[in-house]
Design a protein around this ligand. Structure first.
Ligand SMILES: Nc1ncnc2c1ncn2[C@@H]1O[C@H](COP(=O)(O)OP(=O)(O)OP(=O)(O)O)[C@@H](O)[C@H]1O
Length: 620
């Protein structure tokens, strides 16, 4: 199929030659192409980033009106505001439309950073209504309800309007879809997906949520503006009623119907929704009702839309490709070092992490109270304590998810202050989560690639055009991700979706993803929770190998056998306060620790052996 692409790709350009008339066919083809651009732009926000936009008709209108006002002449628009604008060549006006729409996308991205779900949906509706009202009412800028008539497009003496307009639209469509497709399958697409699934986990993998959200809105709005600019020239006339709220809804329906994150889905969704009104022209007034019913039926039987159905049908054919990729990754990853070289014996070991009197209050509750400790490179510090003693809060403080009420944290000699989580991750602080936070719709390999995000350096344009440098980088880092999977013993599951992995493997995958950051400090939040006895032993051995590479490890764990086996030192918390610290055995014998775990009369009972269940997990 891949070899057929170069032959199939130019075919639409032959349309004006093969089908001379009627214009209906050409108009329909161009409309499908333009709307596909618009739905693909919406897909970036809805399918990739996971936000809802019911205002994309606004970006579409900005592109359309910019082109219309900057190319139309007063001769064909007598007594209109067109006379106040400069008349520019089509491509210049189109570029202006794209830029203005991108600017609007940039502005709309800010509320999207602060809200989501129904709130954001309402904001986008309001935005669409504002643009619609503006073009309808502001005659001075848009000619109002009269609409704008454009001149037929000509270039180098060639007529590019009517049946030939496909020559203008199609190259834009092919180029933009190619770029979006590449973006979606690159580290950009994985960053979008990670943010959609868990913005906390994404930021702890070094991904800046604001950066990628803003870019998603800007790119999406720019593409919608491009579609609008082309649309203005399609029939050489535009009027406000085209850009109503209904249009935004129809595009959203077309996107969901076709299936998100798929160009084929975009194309199918649009084709059905462009062709349907003509088929059911007698029921024009019931259009939205028919769409809604169709959508319900499709989503009931095909939750991933038409694209999901096609993907399922093609799955047996892609299996061979996966085996070929696995073999290539095996070869490329052989001998790749995944952990840093251990420091030479006797090397000075300044602490990787130091907490100095850290306190965290939630209202009246002091979750962490004046906590101080250090973790040295190549050492494991166990952090234990009964439920609610402040262990996870400490990890959240370290990774920047919480800002301490008082006290200071320094990492590799640098005071962290208010450094955001993604920058801490990039500086070499990696973590796993008590409640697993894998990116379920990505494969195990892709999850590790998200961890490698900071190692990707190619620019946006290189990724979109899939330049040789971008391909080389992706290949090299895929091999590294595979090597990391092999390090934790998960290479056979490289192409499994993370959500399908058994619990034990999912915990290992989180560690592989964290190691992808090449961390100097690894924070393990209950890595043995839910594991079987054998799995816990394997996990302990893995922590030992990580420590041997000179990585500092902070281990929060309820499973005491593991803590005692792998820790060099243990810190014990109770009600947020440090109550004991030292070598594992000494801590185990400390009466204060026994009292915290077993109650006031523990010392009288004898040696501290916290109560455990059959798997050896401490019951608090
Ligand atoms: N975001 C928050 N807002 C308010 N209170 C919080 C918040 N996060 C934690 N707490 C409270 O802080 C205290 C410490 O919680 P934390 O989750 O850190 O304990 P833990 O030692 O990790 O417990 P566990 O072993 O059950 O995970 C608890 O009383 C908890 O309810």
């Amino acid at each position: 199929m891949r070899r057929l692409w170069p032959l199939l790709l130019p075919l639409p350009l032959l349309l004006p030659v093969l089908v001379e008339s009627p214009y209906y066919v050409h108009g329909l083809a161009c409309r499908i192409m333009i709307y596909t651009l618009l739905v693909a732009s919406l897909d970036l926000v809805v399918g990739y980033i996971g936000d809802v936009s019911i205002g994309h008709a606004g970006f579409f209108a900005i592109g359309a009106y910019t082109v219309a006002m900057l190319t139309a002449t007063p001769e064909v628009n007598p007594d209109s505001s067109v006379a106040f604008f400069p008349q520019l060549p089509f491509l210049v006006a189109l570029a202006a439309g794209v830029l203005l729409a991108a600017l609007a996308g940039f502005v709309l991205a800010f509320p999207a950073l602060r809200s989501s779900g129904p709130y954001l949906a309402v904001i986008t509706i309001a935005y669409g209504l504002i643009v619609y009202t503006f073009i309808n009412e502001q005659e001075r800028f848009t000619n109002g309800t009269k609409g704008v008539t454009l001149l037929p497009l000509r270039a180098f003496g060639v007529d590019l309007s009517g049946n030939h307009f496909v020559w203008v639209v199609y190259p834009f469509l092919a180029l933009v879809l190619y770029g979006l497709h590449n973006l979606g399958r690159s580290f950009w697409g994985r960053a979008f997906e990670a943010i959609k699934h868990s913005s906390v986990a994404a930021s702890c993998c070094g991904i800046s949520r604001p950066y990628y959200k803003i870019w998603a809105f800007v790119i999406s709005a720019a593409v919608a503006g491009l579609a609008g600019g082309l649309f203005a020239q399609l029939d050489a006339y535009i009027a406000p009623n085209t850009f109503s709220y209904n249009l935004s809804v129809e595009f959203l329906i077309a996107l969901i119907f076709g299936g998100v994150r798929s160009i084929l889905g975009n194309l199918v969704g649009v084709s059905v929704f462009v062709v349907l009104p003509d088929v059911f022209s007698a029921f024009a007034d019931y259009r939205l009702m028919v769409y809604g019913a169709l959508l319900l039926v499709v989503l009931f039987f095909l939750p991933a839309g038409i694209a999901g159905l096609v993907r399922r049908a093609l799955a047996p054919f892609t299996r061979k490709d996966l085996e070929a990729e696995r073999a290539a990754l095996e070869d490329a990853s052989r001998g790749l070092a995944v952990l840093p070289e251990p420091p030479p014996p006797g090397a000075a070991a300044a602490p990787s992490l130091a907490l100095d009197g850290v306190t965290m209050r939630f209202g009246g509750l002091t979750a962490v109270n004046g906590l101080s400790f250090e973790v040295a490179p190549g050492k494991v510090r166990g952090l234990i304590g009964p439920n609610g003693s402040g262990k996870s809060t400490t990890v959240n403080l370290l990774t920047g998810l919480y800002v301490p009420t008082s006290g200071g944290i320094s990492f590799r000699g640098r005071a962290l202050g208010r450094l955001p989580p993604h920058e801490r991750a990039r500086a070499g602080m990696a973590r796993t989560f008590q409640n697993l936070q894998l990116f379920g719709d990505l494969t195990a390999l892709e999850n590790v690639l998200v961890g490698l995000h900071a190692s990707f350096h190619c620019k946006l344009w290189q990724v979109a055009l899939r330049t040789p440098a971008a391909r080389r980088e992706e290949r090299a880092l895929r091999a590294r991700a595979y090597a990391l999977l092999r390090f934790v013993g998960l290479e056979r599951s490289a192409f499994e979706l993370a959500r399908n992995l058994p619990y034990g493997q999912a915990r290992l995958l989180e560690i592989a993803r964290a190691l992808a950051l090449a961390p100097r400090l690894l924070l393990l939040d209950e890595p043995a929770a839910g594991l079987t006895g054998g799995e816990i032993e394997a996990m302990s051995a893995l922590v030992g190998r990580i420590k041997a590479a000179g990585i500092a490890v902070l281990l929060i764990e309820h499973h005491m056998d593991m803590v005692m086996a792998v820790s060099d030192e243990v810190t014990v918390l109770d009600f947020g306060k440090k109550i004991a610290e030292g070598a594992p055995r000494a801590v185990q014998d400390d009466p204060a620790v026994q009292e915290a775990y077993l109650g006031k009369h523990a010392s009288a009972i004898g040696r501290f052996e916290p109560p455990t269940d059959e798997a050896g997990t401490v019951r608090a």
